[in-house]
Design a protein around this ligand. Structure first.
Ligand code: DX5
Length: 239
């Protein structure tokens, strides 16, 4: 049987994933419906425990209350000190993808395996200071690597462009190993920064404030990011 060919970066589906952090928390059900109508590919819940990051956000019950409102997949970005203790609750709440920070667990390989045991897709996230090599030995367990382009904990921060070489390095490690794995970026993604991230090799783009501050609206913001990233991945005429 012929070995399945790993899609090249340009062939991986481009996904726009909103962060719910800038949304109106007093009516989250309506907010996720509006995001689904805007054509997003998945919704990211930024789960913060006030310890791993200096902020506190969504418990599993909040997410579970929004689950019946939309069919768009949910991912939980676990910015928590003890992901193993909480993972099952976020799967029960309806998250099909769990993102574990490499810096948050002593046994990253075990934590990613645990996510898969729970029936979720597993992903690993890297803080800006953490080198790409930190995930070299767990790529076979991951369907995605998240390269943070801000220091986690808050929305509305500036994009750290010096993360682009790391995005490219992670993408190269995935290709070299023949892994079926996406590269996600998160933090400061906007029309001004999305091309740099896509050119570097990211195919999943998380955006928060850039979507909610668009004067035309969410749908326009999502389409604009998708079009800019897609154009960046197209081979230039006469190239
Ligand atoms: C930060 C979060 C991000 C953030 C993105 O810790 O992980 O998802 O909400 O927001 P913007 O796009 O405003 O940087």
């Amino acid at each position: 049987m012929e070995t399945p060919r790993t899609p090249s970066p340009a062939e991986r589906p481009l996904e726009i994933v909103p962060s719910v952090l800038p949304a109106d928390f007093s009516r989250l059900g309506d907010e996720v419906v509006a995001l689904a109508k805007a054509g997003v590919d998945r919704i990211q819940w930024d789960v913060m425990d006030g310890r791993f990051v200096p902020n506190l956000t969504f418990g599993p019950d909040v997410i579970a209350s929004c689950r019946p409102h939309v069919t768009v997949p949910f991912e939980a970005h676990l910015m928590v000190d003890d992901p193993d203790a909480l993972m099952h609750r976020y799967v029960e709440a309806g998250c099909e993808l769990l993102i574990v920070h490499a810096e948050s667990t002593r046994h990253l390989h075990r934590s990613l395996g645990r996510a898969a045991e729970l029936g979720a897709r597993a992903a690993v996230a890297l803080n800006p200071a953490t080198p790409a090599t930190a995930v070299a030995n767990v790529l076979d367990l991951c369907s995605m690597v998240l390269v943070m382009t801000v220091n986690p904990g808050f929305g509305g921060q500036d994009y750290i462009a010096t993360m682009e070489p790391k995005i490219t390095q992670v993408r190269a490690m995935i290709a070299e190993g023949g892994h079926d794995c996406d590269v996600e970026v998160d933090g400061g993604i906007s029309p001004a920064t999305v091309r740099g991230a896509a050119r570097a090799g990211a195919n999943v783009l998380v955006a928060g404030s850039a979507l909610y501050r668009d004067p035309v609206g969410l749908e326009h913001a999502v389409t604009e990011l998708r079009d800019l990233a897609t154009a960046t991945r197209q081979p230039t005429q006469g190239a």
